[in-house]
Design a protein around this ligand. Structure first.
Ligand code: DAH
Length: 340
């Protein structure tokens, strides 16, 4: 009997629990009804009467050792010391904390803001959950117009429609409603579209839009502002071109291309062998939009533009899969650790 008890006590003494699972194994092996202590108690009835007292004392010894050990294992697990030995060298330097770094989209967004702030734009903000008026109707998207189809999104309520904004143009509308010109603002923010996620499309992405409304604002101002932006962002040698386009909220409208950053205009996969890549949409604010927002379009004119932050980041850092931005894979994020 003494031998058996000694063996059990040795096993209990050596037991460790590095996690909850191992703690549970200890409980099952020693404490549960079918465990070691339970077995010893079951044996009690077979012990001759004259030895019962001594036996009982031994069982008690085992039971107390098991309970004390169980408590120690729980305490160690809770304090994070599980598995540490008494001989650990406490004078060693700690492992230290890994520092996070800036997300590439945050970096690019800040850079875009800085370029525009230096030429007198301020930053405006608005809601991501928006009504139909601010996201579509005020911006001259007629009911059932195909342009709405291209910006299908996630609807939170129908009739009246509450939705996740498809662009940050809703902030343009809100600004014009509450502020008398001059207005010179940019609006960075998160936007949503009903897209299946792939390398080239995502249901969540980021934009920076800009709006300048005042007396005598012309297409010349639009062009010079965006030339300036492209050269600040991508370097002085960058070529810029305006391509006629269509947006419901601007008239005339233009898409802005820059010379391809990868092949410098020679032609490559990114620019589809044209030498040019699109970076933004732009145009003169449609008089209907000014009127919808309560601004006198006889007195004031304005220009607006919008760009995708992911797109600018792709051109700067050659990230060719949109999913990388949201997967939070440290191997991806670490590559930007020198940005600040
Ligand atoms: N809102 C447009 C989009 O999401 C981008 C855009 C184009 C914004 C032209 C503008 C603009 O303000 O003038 O596709």
């Amino acid at each position: 009997m003494q031998e058996k008890v000694d063996a059990i006590l040795r096993e209990v003494g050596a037991a460790e629990a590095k996690n909850q699972e191992e703690l549970e194994q200890f409980r099952l092996r020693f404490i549960s009804k079918k465990g070691v202590v339970g077995d010893l108690l079951d044996e009690f009835k077979n012990v001759p009467n004259d030895q019962k007292k001594a036996y009982g004392m031994k069982v008690n010894e085992v039971k107390q050792a098991v309970q004390a050990k169980f408590k120690t294992l729980i305490d160690n697990l809770e304090s994070g010391q599980a598995g540490t030995s008494e001989h650990e060298d406490l004078t060693l330097p700690s492992a230290g904390h890994a520092l996070g770094s800036m997300h590439p989209l945050t970096y690019v967004r800040n850079q875009i803001i800085q370029v525009f702030e230096r030429i007198g734009f301020n930053v405006a903000d608005g809601p991501e959950i928006e009504d139909d008026f601010h996201n579509f109707t005020a911006l001259n998207f007629p009911e059932n117009h195909p342009a709405r189809e291209m910006q299908d999104t996630f609807f939170i309520e129908k009739n009246p429609d509450i939705l996740l904004r498809t662009h940050t143009s809703n902030v343009q509308v809100r600004l014009m409603q509450k502020q008398k010109p001059p207005i010179r603002s940019i609006m960075p923010g998160r936007v949503y579209r009903n897209e299946a996620i792939s390398a080239r499309a995502h249901c969540v992405f980021h934009q920076v839009e800009g709006l300048y409304v005042d007396k005598n604002v012309s297409f010349v101002d639009l062009k010079q502002t965006l030339y300036h932006f492209a050269k600040e962002m991508f370097g002085k040698d960058t070529k810029v071109r305006f391509r006629p386009s269509y947006f419901p909220f601007t008239e005339p409208s233009a898409e802005i291309d820059i010379s391809c950053q990868i092949c410098k205009g020679d032609g490559c996969q990114l620019c589809k062998y044209t030498g040019w890549v699109e970076i933004a949409g732009s145009g003169m604010v449609d008089p209907n939009v000014l009127a919808n927002c309560g601004i006198d379009h006889e007195e004031y004119t304005g220009f607006a533009f919008g760009m995708g932050i992911e797109r600018i980041s792709q051109l700067k850092f050659r990230v060719n899969d949109l999913r990388l931005y949201t997967e939070n894979d440290v191997r991806f994020l670490k590559q930007f650790s020198t940005l600040h």
